[in-house]
Design a protein around this ligand. Sequence first.
Ligand code: NAD
Length: 334
Amino acid sequence: TLLRVAIMGLGSYGTRVAEAMVDSKKAKLVGVISGTPSKITAWQAKYNIPEKNCYNYENFDAIKDNPDIDAVYIITPNALHHPQTLRVAAAGKHVICEKPMALNAKEGREMVEACKNAGVKLLVGYRMHFEANTLEVIRMREAGAFGEIKFFQGLSGFKIGDPTQWRLNKELAGGGAMMDIGIYSVNGARYMVGEEPEWVTAQETKTDPVKFKEGVDETIMFQFGFPSGVVASCLSTYSMSNLDRFFLNGTEGYAEMQPSTGYGPIKGKTHKGPLDKPHITHQTVQMDRMAEIILEGDTAQVPVDGEEGLKDLIIIDTIYKAVKTGKKEKIKLV
Ligand code: NAD
């Protein structure tokens, strides 16, 4: 059986996911939710989507009466994830939601709760958890190849263009670079180190307050401390191209990845040699595995559910707090 998916939000990433899903053996695009009729028509033709599986943002609650859709993949601007997840859950459909799962931990908690109460799964589009070289580094770390882990560095950024886009609008984005790209270093620090951070310090710099308005962060540096004594040093920015690097070091060796979270291929090496697992389109593998998780209940320790998305939001809330206070802030993950 296939996971029958409707995509909500036919923008640039929605388009990428749809194209990747064509090659998925377990998930199939069968429906769309969009506010733009011309896009719906184009997608219907391209993906052979029947009229009865097409919805807009006003009427998509009716998806509850559609037995031919199992899950909705929400790929809209960040601020919409929370209200849309609540509506999809109320319609009794599984939710796959893009990162960041919501604007803050309060919203994230409500989403986890709503999906639990509705008896539907909530997964977050953390595609790196399915990427072969990333998984190889995690496997090596678990096997002790790096000895005791001591340090992680995560650098995540790109140079953002058009100043009018939603990513630079606090209401729709919930913040700036941290919400959009810094989150890769937040989530990455957790899976590369294999522990949850217990404190954070953070500093913000802003070189262009016209483009990056109040509440929209341009660059934030942040540092984590982990229970075992591991420390991490990370940077999130909207002002540097090609900033996409993870570095993990232990008492016996290291792993470095650059690019580490881009669409791939992911490249890098460890003290033992190159990371050379073949590249497969991330979103194709992600959809295959998410279909298994949803349909077969196979969670196999893949940390991409709502609770994981919520942990990142709690950490990001605490990073923003640490920027304000200038103090070392405790991260309370429960
Ligand atoms: P986008 O601007 O290209 O697409 C957003 C879509 O939402 C557009 O089609 C737009 O018409 C629609 N939309 C619906 N209601 C809207 C409203 N009120 N205001 C503005 N647009 C509205 O953005 P995108 O790059 O596709 O990003 C969408 C989501 O996907 C974001 O949450 C982003 O963080 C996430 N994303 C994830 C990855 C990844 O690798 N996992 C990559 C890119 C984007």
